[in-house]
Ligand binder design. Structure first.
Ligand code: AMP
Length: 399
């Protein structure tokens, strides 16, 4: 178990908190979705309540080390001020840390909050060479006495603000990371069985490592979405014009073999909803997965597959899901993705959604609050499920 802010005394301490305030902004610099800000509030409010002196930091977008108003965290400071009901001090400083910022950090009173400018205004933040990150990491750490990592979405990256700072001050997790590690970790290490994983999305290549690791853990692996066609082809079926990751064909074959070795049930679609064009209003046809005609492409799983997958989900103890079952952005091909989300919401299982598109889908369907856990990190949750140690979590002290 990793130490959290509850395991240490933060009263009167200057605490440097890495949040994920990478929010979407429109052309006028207005925040269009404040989910990430809302998600960060429990940790911040707890620290305020405990009388900590709070310095928040985050990246926003990809300014590539070139500071600009378009990537400033000023709108986030304003939103936080409203949500916390107290001023959040902020100065748009290109260097992120300067004399004024240092002076403010040193003079914070218990319960006071300040936000640093976008950490990616400094090119050292995310440069590949970890040693080159050090001076910035040290500068950030010198502002505070304790480091709190609560940015799960960036935890799979070793950056100055996500991992580097922990070389200089003790590190604990905030509530968001605590929850991620608990639910993703339990699914991997101690799942209530049967453990069913559902993987979809476009490319097999992106998910190979997660499939390999999950095959060792799951009772059943359901594969849908674009990547299913590479597996169907590997089984010897023609897939027409469906998306095919030809370079991963041999890999798909070996994963099918591995499933047998691991005694894991691997289910592919038995039918698909297919069309001749990648368009929402293209005429669509239900076809058996082993009879996709040469002129059609599978764009969603079919009704029989939905039934098959829903049965496995209904009987599961734990369900982990990453990747849509079809081109869910087009309403005509969203049925499979919606059905999986609904089956998960209705099951009594522990349900874990691994960030990215699947998280967006359950939000879109209004089912997010019916899930046990919706991960806040797409890439991070996949790497976690691959069994990798995430740099931003590795630096947090063990209990
Ligand atoms: P990924 O980023 O790998 O999780 O892939 C997500 C994308 O896969 C979504 O944008 C879906 O539209 C796309 N996708 C899912 N199923 C299919 C399919 N059958 N054919 C083409 N694209 C698909």
């Amino acid at each position: 178990m990793k130490k959290t802010i509850k395991d240490i005394d933060v009263k009167g301490k200057i605490v440097l908190v890495r949040c994920d305030f990478n929010v979407p902004l429109n052309d006028d610099g207005v925040i269009t979705d404040d989910t990430r800000i809302v998600g960060a509030l429990p940790t911040i409010q707890y620290l305020i309540g405990e009388g900590a002196k709070i310095i928040l930091m985050s990246h926003l977008g990809r300014p590539d080390g070139a500071p600009s108003e378009a990537f400033s965290l000023r709108p986030v400071a304003e939103a936080l001020t409203k949500k916390l009901g107290r001023p959040v001090w902020f100065e748009s400083v290109a260097a992120v840390v300067d004399e004024e910022v240092k002076a403010k950090a040193a003079s914070l009173l218990p319960g006071e909050v300040m936000l640093l400018e976008n950490t990616r205004f400094r090119k050292e933040e995310d440069c590949k060479d970890k040693d080159a990150q050090r001076p910035f990491a040290e500068q950030l750490a010198s502002l505070a006495e304790v480091y709190v990592n609560d940015a799960f979405g960036s935890a799979h990256r070793h950056h100055a603000s996500t991992a580097g700072v922990a070389d200089y001050i003790p590190a604990v997790s905030g509530f968001l990371i605590e929850k991620e590690v608990k639910f993703l970790g339990e699914a991997l290490e101690n799942p209530k069985r049967p453990f069913v994983a559902i993987l979809g999305g476009a490319k097999v290549a992106d998910k190979i490592k997660v499939i390999e690791n999950l095959l060792k853990k799951v009772d059943t692996l359901l594969i849908g979405g674009g990547m299913a066609y590479t597996f169907l082809k590997a089984e010897g079926f023609e897939v027409g014009r469906s998306i095919l990751d030809a370079e991963s064909l041999d890999l798909a074959k070996s994963l099918i073999e591995k499933a047998k070795e691991e005694n894991a049930e691997l289910l592919l679609p038995v039918d698909v909803n297919a069309a001749a064009a990648f368009e929402n209003d293209a005429p669509a046809f239900i076809r058996n997965a082993d009879e996709i005609p040469p002129d059609l492409m599978g764009l969603d799983i079919g009704p029989e597959t939905i039934g098959l997958f829903a049965d496995r989900i209904a009987a599961a103890g734990t369900v982990f899901w990453n990747g849509p079952m079809g081109v869910f952005e087009m309403p005509a091909f969203a049925a499979g993705t919606r059905a999986v989300a609904e089956a998960m919401a209705a099951s009594g299982a522990v349900t874990v959604i691994g960030g990215g598109d699947s998280a967006a889908a359950v939000e879109q369907f209004g089912l997010a609050d019916k899930m046990t856990h919706v991960s806040t990190g797409g890439g991070a949750s996949l790497e976690f499920m691959e069994g990798k140690t995430l740099p931003g979590i590795a630096v947090i002290a063990d209990r």
